[in-house]
Unconditional design. Sequence first.
Lengths: 115, 117
Amino acid sequence: AQTVTQSQPEMSVQEAETVTLSCTYDTSESDYYLFWYKQPPSRQMILVIRQEAYKQQNATENRFSVNFQKAAKSFSLKISDSQLGDAAMYFCAYRVIQGAQKLVFGQGTRLTINP
Amino acid sequence: NAGVMQNPRHLVRRRGQEARLRCSPMKGHSHVYWYRQLPEEGLKFMVYLQKENIIDESGMPKERFSAEFPKEGPSILRIQQVVRGDSAAYFCASSPYMTGTSTDTQYFGPGTRLTVL
C-alpha cells in the first residue's frame, strides 16, 4: 500500500526567509503524481504545486519549488521569501497515474510565519 | 467559473440522526471524490464516483455510509445513524476526466464540518 509521511508536525520561519517542508512516500509504482496542498484556517484545500514522477525537472510555481528525489522517494517543498499569508497546514499527497484515482495524504505540517 | 460547491458548510446532528452532505462539482467535471478529515489529521479517501457509477469505494466504512452521483444534481454523501466518531470535516473534490497521462488535478470544495452531539 502507498503511504505518505511528513515527519515535521510543526515548522516556523521568519517572514521573508526560506523554509523547507519534508515529505517521503512509499510505493512500488513507477509512474505517479505528487502534490503539495495548502490548508489555511478557512480549511479550504488549495493546490500549491504538482510534480509528475516521469519528469526529472523539479516543478516550480513562483516562490514555491520542490526537490524531487525519485530514488530516495523524497518530495520536499521549499517556500522562498515567506509571507504571512503562507501560514497554513501543508499536506503532501500521492496518486498513481493509472488505476486508482484516490489521493493519499500525509499527516500534514503546520507552518507558522513569524513577523 | 464557479469552484466545487459543498453544502451545508456546517451540519449539527444528534446521535442516531441522518446526515446528508452535498457536493456540486466544477462545471465540466464528471468525476467526484469524497474525503474525510478527522481533527489534526490528513485527509482520508472515502469514495470515487462518476455519474451514476461508484468507481472505488475502498475507503468507505462498510455500514451506515453511502454515496451517489446521479445523472442530474449533486453528489450526495449519506451517513445514517450518526455517532460521535463521525464528527469530522468532509471534503469533496472533482476532476474533469480520466486519461492515461493527464494530470487531471482534483479541485477541492470548502468542506462540510459535521458535528455529532
